[in-house]
Design a protein around this ligand. Structure first.
Ligand SMILES: Cc1cc2nc3c(=O)[nH]c(=O)nc-3n(C[C@H](O)[C@H](O)[C@H](O)COP(=O)(O)O)c2cc1C
Ligand code: SF4
Length: 458
Protein backbone atom coordinates (compact mmCIF):
# COMPACT_ATOMS: atom_id res chain seq x y z
CA UNK A 1 0.00 0.00 0.00
CA UNK A 2 1.29 3.43 -0.87
CA UNK A 3 2.34 5.52 2.17
CA UNK A 4 0.13 8.55 2.74
CA UNK A 5 1.73 11.72 1.39
CA UNK A 6 3.08 13.87 4.23
CA UNK A 7 2.40 17.57 4.11
CA UNK A 8 5.82 19.11 4.73
CA UNK A 9 5.78 21.72 7.46
CA UNK A 10 8.04 24.50 8.59
CA UNK A 11 10.97 23.50 10.81
CA UNK A 12 11.30 27.06 12.06
CA UNK A 13 8.90 26.57 14.97
CA UNK A 14 7.02 29.64 16.09
CA UNK A 15 8.98 31.91 13.78
CA UNK A 16 6.39 34.67 13.90
CA UNK A 17 7.38 35.47 17.49
CA UNK A 18 11.14 35.03 16.90
CA UNK A 19 13.37 37.67 18.51
CA UNK A 20 16.32 38.65 16.34
CA UNK A 21 19.81 38.02 17.74
CA UNK A 22 22.25 38.71 14.88
CA UNK A 23 20.53 41.94 13.90
CA UNK A 24 18.51 42.83 17.03
CA UNK A 25 16.26 45.89 16.79
CA UNK A 26 18.55 48.16 18.84
CA UNK A 27 19.07 51.69 17.65
CA UNK A 28 22.71 52.63 16.89
CA UNK A 29 24.00 49.18 17.77
CA UNK A 30 26.83 49.75 15.32
CA UNK A 31 28.38 52.27 17.75
CA UNK A 32 30.72 50.80 20.34
CA UNK A 33 29.07 52.44 23.38
CA UNK A 34 25.65 51.12 22.44
CA UNK A 35 27.07 47.70 21.58
CA UNK A 36 28.75 47.53 25.01
CA UNK A 37 25.47 48.40 26.75
CA UNK A 38 24.00 45.43 24.89
CA UNK A 39 26.57 42.85 25.92
CA UNK A 40 29.20 43.15 23.18
CA UNK A 41 32.51 41.41 23.94
CA UNK A 42 31.15 39.67 27.06
CA UNK A 43 31.22 36.20 25.45
CA UNK A 44 34.90 36.72 24.61
CA UNK A 45 35.53 38.03 28.13
CA UNK A 46 33.82 34.95 29.56
CA UNK A 47 35.94 32.40 27.70
CA UNK A 48 39.14 34.30 28.41
CA UNK A 49 38.51 34.98 32.11
CA UNK A 50 37.18 31.48 32.75
CA UNK A 51 40.30 30.15 31.00
CA UNK A 52 38.45 27.95 28.52
CA UNK A 53 40.61 25.37 26.79
CA UNK A 54 40.56 25.94 23.04
CA UNK A 55 39.05 22.50 22.63
CA UNK A 56 36.15 23.44 24.87
CA UNK A 57 35.17 26.26 22.54
CA UNK A 58 35.57 24.05 19.47
CA UNK A 59 33.41 21.36 21.12
CA UNK A 60 30.78 23.94 22.04
CA UNK A 61 30.61 25.16 18.43
CA UNK A 62 30.44 21.56 17.20
CA UNK A 63 27.62 20.79 19.65
CA UNK A 64 25.68 23.84 18.48
CA UNK A 65 25.47 22.35 14.98
CA UNK A 66 26.57 25.65 13.39
CA UNK A 67 27.19 25.18 9.67
CA UNK A 68 29.01 27.70 7.48
CA UNK A 69 26.82 30.46 6.06
CA UNK A 70 29.15 31.15 3.11
CA UNK A 71 27.47 28.64 0.81
CA UNK A 72 28.73 25.11 1.38
CA UNK A 73 27.14 24.58 4.82
CA UNK A 74 30.13 22.74 6.31
CA UNK A 75 30.24 22.18 10.09
CA UNK A 76 32.14 25.11 11.63
CA UNK A 77 33.38 23.27 14.74
CA UNK A 78 34.63 20.41 12.59
CA UNK A 79 36.46 22.83 10.29
CA UNK A 80 38.17 24.42 13.29
CA UNK A 81 39.24 20.99 14.54
CA UNK A 82 41.13 20.38 11.26
CA UNK A 83 43.81 22.86 12.32
CA UNK A 84 47.04 20.95 13.01
CA UNK A 85 48.70 20.90 16.46
CA UNK A 86 50.68 24.01 17.38
CA UNK A 87 54.25 24.22 16.13
CA UNK A 88 56.51 26.57 18.12
CA UNK A 89 57.24 29.72 16.14
CA UNK A 90 54.64 29.00 13.45
CA UNK A 91 51.85 31.58 13.26
CA UNK A 92 48.28 30.60 12.35
CA UNK A 93 45.52 32.78 11.02
CA UNK A 94 41.80 33.25 10.84
CA UNK A 95 40.39 34.83 7.68
CA UNK A 96 36.85 36.12 7.66
CA UNK A 97 35.26 36.03 4.22
CA UNK A 98 33.30 39.21 3.58
CA UNK A 99 33.67 39.21 -0.18
CA UNK A 100 29.94 38.66 -0.72
CA UNK A 101 30.00 38.77 -4.51
CA UNK A 102 27.49 36.07 -5.42
CA UNK A 103 24.58 37.74 -7.23
CA UNK A 104 21.49 37.70 -5.03
CA UNK A 105 23.52 37.62 -1.81
CA UNK A 106 23.53 40.75 0.34
CA UNK A 107 23.31 39.68 3.98
CA UNK A 108 26.86 40.05 5.34
CA UNK A 109 26.71 43.76 4.65
CA UNK A 110 23.83 44.03 7.13
CA UNK A 111 26.22 42.79 9.81
CA UNK A 112 28.91 45.24 8.66
CA UNK A 113 26.42 48.07 8.87
CA UNK A 114 24.33 47.24 11.93
CA UNK A 115 26.36 44.96 14.19
CA UNK A 116 30.10 45.10 13.41
CA UNK A 117 31.11 44.54 17.04
CA UNK A 118 29.36 41.16 17.08
CA UNK A 119 31.50 40.27 14.08
CA UNK A 120 34.75 41.52 15.65
CA UNK A 121 33.99 39.54 18.78
CA UNK A 122 33.12 36.43 16.74
CA UNK A 123 36.34 36.77 14.74
CA UNK A 124 38.44 36.93 17.90
CA UNK A 125 36.60 33.95 19.33
CA UNK A 126 37.23 32.06 16.10
CA UNK A 127 40.91 33.00 16.37
CA UNK A 128 40.92 31.76 19.96
CA UNK A 129 39.33 28.45 18.93
CA UNK A 130 42.00 27.74 16.31
CA UNK A 131 44.93 29.18 18.28
CA UNK A 132 45.51 32.26 16.12
CA UNK A 133 46.39 35.78 17.21
CA UNK A 134 45.59 37.58 13.96
CA UNK A 135 42.22 37.66 12.25
CA UNK A 136 41.80 39.19 8.77
CA UNK A 137 38.51 40.60 7.60
CA UNK A 138 38.43 40.51 3.80
CA UNK A 139 35.68 42.82 2.55
CA UNK A 140 34.70 43.36 -1.07
CA UNK A 141 36.02 46.65 -2.39
CA UNK A 142 32.58 47.94 -3.38
CA UNK A 143 31.62 48.06 0.31
CA UNK A 144 33.82 51.13 0.75
CA UNK A 145 31.41 52.91 3.11
CA UNK A 146 31.04 49.90 5.37
CA UNK A 147 34.81 49.54 5.41
CA UNK A 148 35.37 53.12 6.60
CA UNK A 149 32.69 52.77 9.23
CA UNK A 150 34.10 49.45 10.47
CA UNK A 151 37.59 50.93 10.58
CA UNK A 152 36.29 53.72 12.84
CA UNK A 153 34.55 51.25 15.14
CA UNK A 154 37.55 48.93 15.21
CA UNK A 155 39.80 51.85 16.22
CA UNK A 156 37.43 52.58 19.12
CA UNK A 157 37.53 48.92 20.22
CA UNK A 158 41.35 48.99 20.10
CA UNK A 159 41.39 52.22 22.14
CA UNK A 160 39.19 50.60 24.80
CA UNK A 161 41.46 47.54 24.98
CA UNK A 162 38.78 45.20 23.57
CA UNK A 163 40.95 44.20 20.61
CA UNK A 164 44.74 43.97 20.63
CA UNK A 165 47.09 43.14 23.48
CA UNK A 166 46.42 41.46 26.84
CA UNK A 167 42.66 41.27 26.43
CA UNK A 168 40.71 41.53 29.69
CA UNK A 169 44.02 41.31 31.53
CA UNK A 170 44.39 37.64 30.63
CA UNK A 171 47.57 37.98 28.59
CA UNK A 172 45.83 36.83 25.38
CA UNK A 173 46.46 38.99 22.30
CA UNK A 174 44.46 39.25 19.12
CA UNK A 175 44.70 41.70 16.23
CA UNK A 176 42.05 42.34 13.62
CA UNK A 177 43.06 43.61 10.19
CA UNK A 178 40.46 44.88 7.73
CA UNK A 179 41.49 44.25 4.13
CA UNK A 180 39.72 45.85 1.19
CA UNK A 181 39.24 43.48 -1.74
CA UNK A 182 39.57 44.51 -5.35
CA UNK A 183 36.06 43.65 -6.46
CA UNK A 184 36.21 40.30 -8.25
CA UNK A 185 33.82 37.42 -7.55
CA UNK A 186 36.66 34.92 -7.51
CA UNK A 187 38.19 36.67 -4.45
CA UNK A 188 35.40 35.04 -2.38
CA UNK A 189 36.73 31.55 -3.13
CA UNK A 190 38.76 30.78 -0.03
CA UNK A 191 42.12 29.99 -1.64
CA UNK A 192 42.05 32.97 -3.99
CA UNK A 193 41.02 35.15 -1.06
CA UNK A 194 44.29 34.11 0.57
CA UNK A 195 46.26 34.87 -2.59
CA UNK A 196 44.62 38.29 -2.72
CA UNK A 197 45.36 38.92 0.98
CA UNK A 198 48.98 38.06 0.27
CA UNK A 199 48.99 40.79 -2.36
CA UNK A 200 48.89 38.52 -5.39
CA UNK A 201 46.49 38.04 -8.26
CA UNK A 202 43.48 36.09 -6.95
CA UNK A 203 44.04 32.76 -8.69
CA UNK A 204 42.53 29.86 -6.72
CA UNK A 205 45.03 27.32 -5.43
CA UNK A 206 44.94 23.61 -6.15
CA UNK A 207 43.73 21.63 -3.10
CA UNK A 208 45.18 19.74 -1.30
CA UNK A 209 46.95 21.19 0.58
CA UNK A 210 43.90 22.66 2.31
CA UNK A 211 44.12 26.00 4.15
CA UNK A 212 44.36 24.29 7.55
CA UNK A 213 47.64 22.73 6.40
CA UNK A 214 48.97 25.50 4.17
CA UNK A 215 47.01 28.71 4.18
CA UNK A 216 48.12 32.33 4.47
CA UNK A 217 51.86 32.61 3.84
CA UNK A 218 51.89 28.79 3.97
CA UNK A 219 50.75 28.76 7.60
CA UNK A 220 47.68 26.98 9.04
CA UNK A 221 44.58 29.08 8.31
CA UNK A 222 40.84 28.78 8.81
CA UNK A 223 38.41 30.69 6.59
CA UNK A 224 34.86 31.42 7.69
CA UNK A 225 32.05 33.57 6.41
CA UNK A 226 30.96 36.76 8.22
CA UNK A 227 27.57 35.45 9.35
CA UNK A 228 29.15 32.19 10.53
CA UNK A 229 31.54 34.03 12.85
CA UNK A 230 28.84 36.42 14.05
CA UNK A 231 26.98 33.37 15.40
CA UNK A 232 29.85 32.31 17.69
CA UNK A 233 29.34 34.85 20.55
CA UNK A 234 25.64 33.94 20.53
CA UNK A 235 26.49 30.27 21.02
CA UNK A 236 28.59 31.08 24.09
CA UNK A 237 26.01 33.53 25.48
CA UNK A 238 22.94 31.40 25.03
CA UNK A 239 24.45 27.92 24.98
CA UNK A 240 25.03 25.31 22.27
CA UNK A 241 21.72 23.62 23.05
CA UNK A 242 19.78 26.85 22.46
CA UNK A 243 21.42 27.18 19.06
CA UNK A 244 20.97 23.50 18.20
CA UNK A 245 17.29 23.68 19.12
CA UNK A 246 16.52 26.60 16.85
CA UNK A 247 15.18 25.84 13.37
CA UNK A 248 16.01 22.76 11.28
CA UNK A 249 17.58 20.06 13.49
CA UNK A 250 20.37 19.20 11.02
CA UNK A 251 21.07 22.78 10.03
CA UNK A 252 20.15 24.87 13.07
CA UNK A 253 20.46 28.44 14.25
CA UNK A 254 19.40 31.92 13.20
CA UNK A 255 19.72 32.66 9.50
CA UNK A 256 19.78 35.83 7.43
CA UNK A 257 17.48 35.37 4.45
CA UNK A 258 18.15 37.87 1.67
CA UNK A 259 15.12 38.04 -0.60
CA UNK A 260 15.19 39.97 -3.87
CA UNK A 261 13.22 40.11 -7.09
CA UNK A 262 9.50 40.29 -7.65
CA UNK A 263 8.18 40.28 -4.08
CA UNK A 264 6.36 43.14 -2.45
CA UNK A 265 8.86 43.53 0.40
CA UNK A 266 12.37 42.48 -0.62
CA UNK A 267 15.04 42.68 2.07
CA UNK A 268 17.18 40.80 4.59
CA UNK A 269 15.15 38.96 7.23
CA UNK A 270 16.45 37.11 10.26
CA UNK A 271 14.55 33.98 11.26
CA UNK A 272 15.48 30.46 12.31
CA UNK A 273 16.61 28.07 9.57
CA UNK A 274 14.01 25.71 8.17
CA UNK A 275 11.36 28.27 7.17
CA UNK A 276 8.99 27.13 4.44
CA UNK A 277 10.14 28.89 1.28
CA UNK A 278 6.51 29.78 0.61
CA UNK A 279 6.12 31.39 4.08
CA UNK A 280 9.15 33.49 3.30
CA UNK A 281 7.80 34.61 -0.06
CA UNK A 282 4.12 35.06 0.72
CA UNK A 283 4.05 35.98 4.38
CA UNK A 284 7.35 37.62 5.23
CA UNK A 285 7.84 39.33 1.86
CA UNK A 286 4.17 40.05 1.16
CA UNK A 287 3.78 37.84 -1.92
CA UNK A 288 4.44 38.51 -5.57
CA UNK A 289 4.43 42.08 -6.80
CA UNK A 290 1.31 43.23 -8.63
CA UNK A 291 -0.61 40.07 -7.61
CA UNK A 292 1.21 38.11 -10.32
CA UNK A 293 1.95 34.41 -10.29
CA UNK A 294 5.22 32.94 -9.09
CA UNK A 295 7.27 31.41 -11.88
CA UNK A 296 10.67 30.46 -10.48
CA UNK A 297 12.95 30.84 -7.47
CA UNK A 298 16.71 30.63 -7.13
CA UNK A 299 16.89 29.91 -3.40
CA UNK A 300 20.57 30.30 -2.45
CA UNK A 301 22.46 32.80 -4.60
CA UNK A 302 22.74 32.76 -8.40
CA UNK A 303 24.74 29.54 -8.69
CA UNK A 304 22.21 27.12 -7.17
CA UNK A 305 19.64 25.23 -9.29
CA UNK A 306 16.48 27.17 -10.07
CA UNK A 307 13.17 25.81 -8.72
CA UNK A 308 9.90 25.94 -10.64
CA UNK A 309 6.90 27.37 -8.75
CA UNK A 310 5.56 23.84 -8.16
CA UNK A 311 8.89 22.72 -6.69
CA UNK A 312 8.75 25.53 -4.09
CA UNK A 313 5.76 23.97 -2.37
CA UNK A 314 6.73 22.31 0.89
CA UNK A 315 10.47 22.90 0.63
CA UNK A 316 12.14 24.38 3.72
CA UNK A 317 15.20 26.61 3.99
CA UNK A 318 17.84 24.15 5.18
CA UNK A 319 20.47 22.12 3.34
CA UNK A 320 18.69 18.76 3.55
CA UNK A 321 15.25 19.91 2.46
CA UNK A 322 16.71 21.98 -0.36
CA UNK A 323 18.77 19.04 -1.58
CA UNK A 324 15.72 16.75 -1.52
CA UNK A 325 13.71 19.47 -3.22
CA UNK A 326 16.16 19.76 -6.12
CA UNK A 327 18.37 22.70 -5.21
CA UNK A 328 20.75 23.98 -2.49
CA UNK A 329 20.50 26.38 0.42
CA UNK A 330 23.74 28.14 -0.61
CA UNK A 331 23.80 31.61 0.93
CA UNK A 332 20.01 31.77 1.48
CA UNK A 333 19.92 34.62 -1.04
CA UNK A 334 16.47 34.02 -2.53
CA UNK A 335 15.78 35.42 -6.04
CA UNK A 336 12.07 35.43 -6.80
CA UNK A 337 10.79 35.62 -10.39
CA UNK A 338 7.22 36.28 -11.47
CA UNK A 339 5.29 34.91 -14.43
CA UNK A 340 6.58 37.61 -16.79
CA UNK A 341 10.23 36.61 -16.53
CA UNK A 342 11.79 35.30 -19.72
CA UNK A 343 13.94 32.42 -18.46
CA UNK A 344 16.23 32.54 -21.50
CA UNK A 345 17.00 36.16 -20.88
CA UNK A 346 17.47 35.45 -17.15
CA UNK A 347 20.00 32.75 -18.02
CA UNK A 348 21.74 35.00 -20.53
CA UNK A 349 22.44 37.52 -17.78
CA UNK A 350 23.64 34.80 -15.41
CA UNK A 351 26.01 33.23 -17.96
CA UNK A 352 27.43 36.67 -18.75
CA UNK A 353 28.33 37.12 -15.09
CA UNK A 354 30.16 33.79 -14.74
CA UNK A 355 31.99 34.23 -18.04
CA UNK A 356 33.12 37.68 -16.93
CA UNK A 357 34.26 36.40 -13.52
CA UNK A 358 36.16 33.26 -14.57
CA UNK A 359 39.79 33.79 -13.59
CA UNK A 360 40.88 31.89 -16.71
CA UNK A 361 43.26 29.40 -15.11
CA UNK A 362 41.43 26.23 -16.19
CA UNK A 363 40.44 25.50 -19.77
CA UNK A 364 36.98 23.98 -19.05
CA UNK A 365 36.01 27.09 -17.09
CA UNK A 366 37.71 29.74 -19.23
CA UNK A 367 36.38 28.32 -22.51
CA UNK A 368 33.22 26.71 -21.11
CA UNK A 369 31.82 29.86 -19.51
CA UNK A 370 32.37 31.68 -22.82
CA UNK A 371 30.60 28.95 -24.80
CA UNK A 372 27.69 28.95 -22.36
CA UNK A 373 27.24 32.68 -22.72
CA UNK A 374 27.55 32.60 -26.52
CA UNK A 375 25.05 29.77 -26.92
CA UNK A 376 22.47 31.22 -24.54
CA UNK A 377 22.84 34.62 -26.22
CA UNK A 378 22.34 32.99 -29.62
CA UNK A 379 19.16 31.29 -28.42
CA UNK A 380 17.93 34.48 -26.78
CA UNK A 381 18.41 36.33 -30.06
CA UNK A 382 16.37 33.74 -31.97
CA UNK A 383 19.42 32.33 -33.76
CA UNK A 384 19.79 29.10 -31.81
CA UNK A 385 18.57 25.62 -32.68
CA UNK A 386 17.52 22.59 -30.70
CA UNK A 387 20.96 21.03 -30.84
CA UNK A 388 22.25 23.99 -28.86
CA UNK A 389 20.21 22.85 -25.88
CA UNK A 390 21.93 19.48 -25.84
CA UNK A 391 25.26 21.14 -26.45
CA UNK A 392 24.69 23.34 -23.40
CA UNK A 393 24.11 20.27 -21.20
CA UNK A 394 27.13 18.55 -22.71
CA UNK A 395 29.26 21.61 -21.93
CA UNK A 396 28.05 21.49 -18.32
CA UNK A 397 29.09 17.81 -18.18
CA UNK A 398 32.55 18.87 -19.24
CA UNK A 399 32.84 21.66 -16.69
CA UNK A 400 31.39 20.28 -13.46
CA UNK A 401 34.00 18.81 -11.10
CA UNK A 402 36.84 19.27 -13.60
CA UNK A 403 38.46 22.50 -12.48
CA UNK A 404 40.65 23.99 -9.78
CA UNK A 405 37.78 25.71 -7.99
CA UNK A 406 34.01 25.52 -7.90
CA UNK A 407 33.36 28.59 -10.07
CA UNK A 408 32.95 26.32 -13.08
CA UNK A 409 30.28 24.32 -11.22
CA UNK A 410 28.63 27.56 -10.14
CA UNK A 411 28.51 28.60 -13.81
CA UNK A 412 27.23 25.25 -15.06
CA UNK A 413 24.43 24.56 -12.54
CA UNK A 414 22.19 27.49 -13.50
CA UNK A 415 22.51 26.45 -17.16
CA UNK A 416 21.84 22.76 -16.57
CA UNK A 417 18.80 23.35 -14.40
CA UNK A 418 17.26 26.32 -16.17
CA UNK A 419 17.47 24.54 -19.52
CA UNK A 420 16.14 21.29 -18.04
CA UNK A 421 13.34 22.78 -15.96
CA UNK A 422 12.22 25.45 -18.45
CA UNK A 423 13.12 23.65 -21.66
CA UNK A 424 9.95 24.58 -23.52
CA UNK A 425 10.84 28.27 -23.22
CA UNK A 426 14.24 27.62 -24.73
CA UNK A 427 12.75 25.49 -27.50
CA UNK A 428 10.24 28.22 -28.28
CA UNK A 429 13.08 30.67 -28.91
CA UNK A 430 15.04 28.28 -31.13
CA UNK A 431 14.89 28.50 -34.90
CA UNK A 432 12.62 25.93 -36.48
CA UNK A 433 14.93 23.11 -37.53
CA UNK A 434 14.49 19.61 -38.83
CA UNK A 435 17.39 18.43 -36.75
CA UNK A 436 16.08 16.31 -33.90
CA UNK A 437 17.06 17.07 -30.34
CA UNK A 438 19.63 14.68 -28.83
CA UNK A 439 23.36 15.14 -28.51
CA UNK A 440 24.95 15.14 -31.95
CA UNK A 441 27.88 12.77 -32.03
CA UNK A 442 30.29 12.88 -35.00
CA UNK A 443 28.55 9.70 -36.29
CA UNK A 444 25.09 11.26 -36.14
CA UNK A 445 26.48 14.34 -37.77
CA UNK A 446 27.83 12.13 -40.57
CA UNK A 447 24.41 10.52 -41.00
CA UNK A 448 22.73 13.87 -40.99
CA UNK A 449 24.98 15.24 -43.67
CA UNK A 450 24.52 12.12 -45.80
CA UNK A 451 20.72 12.17 -45.44
CA UNK A 452 19.12 14.92 -47.51
CA UNK A 453 16.05 14.62 -45.26
CA UNK A 454 18.02 16.34 -42.52
CA UNK A 455 18.61 20.05 -42.66
CA UNK A 456 21.32 21.36 -40.43
CA UNK A 457 20.61 24.83 -39.30
CA UNK A 458 23.66 26.94 -38.54
C1 LIG B 1 33.64 31.23 -6.80
C2 LIG B 1 33.37 31.21 -5.32
C3 LIG B 1 33.02 32.39 -4.66
C4 LIG B 1 32.78 32.37 -3.29
N1 LIG B 1 32.41 33.55 -2.69
C5 LIG B 1 32.21 33.56 -1.33
C6 LIG B 1 31.88 34.77 -0.66
O1 LIG B 1 31.75 35.83 -1.28
N2 LIG B 1 31.71 34.72 0.69
C7 LIG B 1 31.85 33.56 1.40
O2 LIG B 1 31.72 33.55 2.62
N3 LIG B 1 32.15 32.40 0.78
C8 LIG B 1 32.34 32.37 -0.55
N4 LIG B 1 32.69 31.20 -1.17
C9 LIG B 1 32.87 30.00 -0.32
C10 LIG B 1 34.27 30.03 0.31
O3 LIG B 1 35.19 29.40 -0.58
C11 LIG B 1 34.32 29.28 1.65
O4 LIG B 1 33.75 28.01 1.48
C12 LIG B 1 33.57 29.98 2.77
O5 LIG B 1 34.02 31.31 2.94
C13 LIG B 1 33.78 29.21 4.06
O6 LIG B 1 33.09 29.83 5.12
P1 LIG B 1 31.97 29.06 5.95
O7 LIG B 1 32.48 27.68 6.24
O8 LIG B 1 31.80 29.89 7.17
O9 LIG B 1 30.74 29.04 5.09
C14 LIG B 1 32.90 31.17 -2.55
C15 LIG B 1 33.24 29.99 -3.22
C16 LIG B 1 33.46 30.01 -4.59
C17 LIG B 1 33.83 28.74 -5.27
S1 SF4 C 1 37.40 27.04 -12.17
FE1 SF4 C 1 37.40 28.98 -13.25
S2 SF4 C 1 37.60 30.52 -11.67
FE2 SF4 C 1 38.16 28.56 -10.73
S3 SF4 C 1 40.40 28.44 -10.99
FE3 SF4 C 1 39.50 27.47 -12.79
S4 SF4 C 1 39.36 29.11 -14.32
FE4 SF4 C 1 39.65 30.09 -12.33
Amino acid sequence: MEAPKQTPTSKAGDWRSYQRVILPPVRDLHLLDVALQNGAYTALEKILKEGWERKRLVDEVKASGLRGRGGAGFSTGLKWSFMPPDKPGQPRYLACNGDESEPGTFKDRQIFEYNPHLLFEGMMMGAYGIGAHTAYLYVRGEYADYISHMERELAKAYAKGLVGKNLFGTGWDCDIVIHKGAGAYICGEESSLMESLEGKRAYPRIKPPFPAQKGLWANPTTINNVETLACVPLIVHKGASWFAGLGAPKHPGPLLYGVSGHVNRPGVYEYPTGMLLTDLIYEVCGGIRGGKKLKAVVPGGSSVPVLTAEMCEGVTMDAESMRDGGSMLGTAGVLVMDEDVDMVSFLRRTTHFYHHESCGQCTPCREGTGWLEKLVTRIDEGEGNLRDLDLLISLCDNMEGRTVCALADAAAWPVRWTVTRFRSEFEAKCKPSLVPSGFVSPETLGEAVADPGYVLSD
